[in-house]
Design a protein around this ligand. Structure first.
Ligand SMILES: NC(=O)c1ccc[n+]([C@@H]2O[C@H](COP(=O)([O-])OP(=O)(O)OC[C@H]3O[C@@H](n4cnc5c(N)ncnc54)[C@H](OP(=O)(O)O)[C@@H]3O)[C@@H](O)[C@H]2O)c1
Length: 301
């Protein structure tokens, strides 16, 4: 049988502005190659005023899906045909999936985190401390609660932002969790000075941007002596993979989830949504490690 010639690639990508430093292409295209798929993942600069046209373009080109990053995660919703459960709860989309011609918005950030967490422990009944109240904290809080976490302490510097997220978690999220037969206790703590981690905390997550390259030496205001060795410590910062927090938590003997694991975790789910097949997470992690190794991102510098 002659092999059929096919010069048409399936298209996926990332819409953002600015977007040039977004490394997602570097992990997704190797994943496609290792799956034997002649697919592309394009890093596409989309200015806010061009978002509607960009989504229309993605429809015209029959994109299989695309990621959205800053500043499009909320604005893209008005251009879509529907939302998955957690994207609707969060009011933010980072992954659009073409399902039979319908563009459906999903949020894979928290799902990627939760999938990585499950490799270490069962989220059910756990107590979570979230440092930060931005998009990453929102995504992780929603998914960990849907996965069975029963207590969330939100710690944020800006009170308004902290209180807004507390209201979302105590309202729509708690209702959804209760409808699933579980419950959720939420409290907000204003971040002043070094935060002391409460006894009984199962998971501590840095969901702030503190420590992101090039500020690799930046210190999170946190009393490390209050972090128990029983607590699983996670950092959302993917670059560098070993942040100051990751370094110090490992030195204490805590189990640790680094930001690269979360980035790969959300990428795995995105590729699975788009292709229907599970990619190899190890291929994706290696590809990103190679990219980040090209800059001097080690802590301490
Ligand atoms: N690994 C992954 O897959 C993944 C996925 C998504 C995001 N991320 C990373 O997560 C980080 C946060 O992203 P985001 O979308 O949540 O950003 P965001 O919405 O802008 O929120 C940033 C958060 O960080 C806090 N913050 C920043 N600097 C601080 C400081 N010096 N002291 C105390 N708090 C500080 C902010 O607090 P205030 O409200 O007080 O300003 C806010 O809560 C980024 O670095 C991003 O790269 C990683």
């Amino acid at each position: 049988m002659p092999k059929e010639l096919n010069f048409k690639q399936e298209l996926t990508g990332c819409f953002g502005f600015p977007v040039a430093e977004n490394p997602t292409q570097a992990m997704i295209e190797p994943a496609y190659r290792s799956m034997g798929l002649d697919w592309r993942y394009l890093t596409l600069e989309v200015r806010p005023e061009n978002l509607a046209a960009a989504v229309a373009g993605a429809r015209a080109f029959s994109f299989r899906g695309f990621n959205c990053t800053i500043p499009h995660k909320v604005a893209v919703i008005q251009h879509l045909d529907g939302l998955g459960e957690s994207a609707a709860l969060m009011g933010a989309v980072n992954c659009v999936v073409n399902r039979d011609g319908q563009f459906i918005g999903e949020n894979t950030d928290g799902k990627g985190f939760t999938a990585t967490f499950r490799e270490l422990a069962d989220p059910r009944g756990k107590s979570l401390v979230l440092l930060g109240a931005g998009g990453a904290a929102r995504a992780i809080g929603v998914e960990m609660a849907l996965a069975g976490c029963t207590k969330i302490t939100l710690v944020n510097r800006d009170e308004k932002r902290g209180r807004d997220l507390e209201a979302l978690f105590r309202g729509k999220l708690r209702e959804t969790v209760k409808s699933q037969g579980s419950d959720l206790a939420v409290n907000y703590v204003r971040w002043q000075g070094d935060f002391r981690v409460p006894d009984g905390t199962d998971i501590l997550v840095n969901a702030t941007s503190i420590g992101l390259y090039p500020d690799v030496n930046a210190r999170i205001p946190l009393a490390m002596e209050t972090v128990s060795t029983e607590t699983i410590v996670a950092d959302v910062i993917p670059n560098p993979p070993t942040t100051r927090l990751v370094h110090e938590a490992r030195a204490k003997g805590c189990r640790v989830i680094d930001g690269l694991a979360m980035l790969v975790g959300q990428g795995v789910i995105g590729v699975e949504y788009w292709t229907g097949k599970r990619p190899d997470a190890a291929v994706m992690r290696r590809a990103l490690e190679e990219v980040f190794a090209q800059v001097d991102n080690r802590f301490p510098r």
